[in-house]
Design a protein around this ligand. Sequence first.
Ligand SMILES: [Zn+2]
Ligand SMILES: [Zn+2]
Length: 288
Amino acid sequence: MPVNSESQFQGVIDEIPHIAVDYFLNVQSSLALFLSHCHADHMKGLDSHDLYHTVRTKPGLFIYCSGTTKKILTDWPIYSKLAPYFKVLELNHTVKIDFPGGYCSDDNSSKIGFCVTSIPSGHCPGSVMFLYEGPFGTVLYTGDFRIAKGDSRKFQAFMSNPSRPEYGLKTIDHVYLDCTFCTDSAKTFPSRQTSVDVTIDLVSSWIAKSPEHKVLFTLAGRGFGAEFLFVEVYRKLKLQVHTSDFKHQIYSNLSDIKKAISRQRTTSIHACETMVSAICSFTIVTTV
Ligand SMILES: [Zn+2]
Ligand SMILES: [Zn+2]
């Protein structure tokens, strides 16, 4: 079971040498590319001219990702030109990846093709794991993930026979594991729901003090990943979260999130980047 640190991962799956995952530098010889989610440390080279040139000039070379990831990147100006080259993998569907003619090699059966299943990873909008199956065995690339104990049985792709649960789970021969929180300091890790509940209690008590009491989610404004919090804030407090115009453009095409966010600067709750004081005028700002 090889374990790679995501920060050092350079896209190579040893068992499937002709693909690249979450790393898009020097992919001229790759036959298929995979993107697990829209976080910068998994998108190295995605904005490079070399990648754009490679996908334009190599018929049949695609960047496989989830439908939500494709939506996000299509609305993200520096990536939108790649839109024709993103190929959506439906969640929990197994797809055969066949390489274009000329790439197959009789002396290496693993080059003929393999199956891949994208599995929701619970990390941020559109995030998935990839389960590869082929002559090389079964390989799971987790990307960044957040799954509670016992969740694996909810995912058909992990089951030996989805219609016969009693057969149990598949054997995974190789795992490429996100080790971000494999540290002593993260031995106790609250669930997402617990974290959100605590945050909403704090927000609620703060903004109840006066209309001038505002909240700024500082970390939440930068990347993607706090959308679950925005949705829960809206659901429980009936307040929309102010986001930057850039984020608003992207969220407006994500049906689960768009109702929870707003362009209105007058809302009490903000996630509009770190330079919020230049964008929104606050009397009091707290950060969560
Ligand atoms: Zn991530
Ligand atoms: Zn704001």
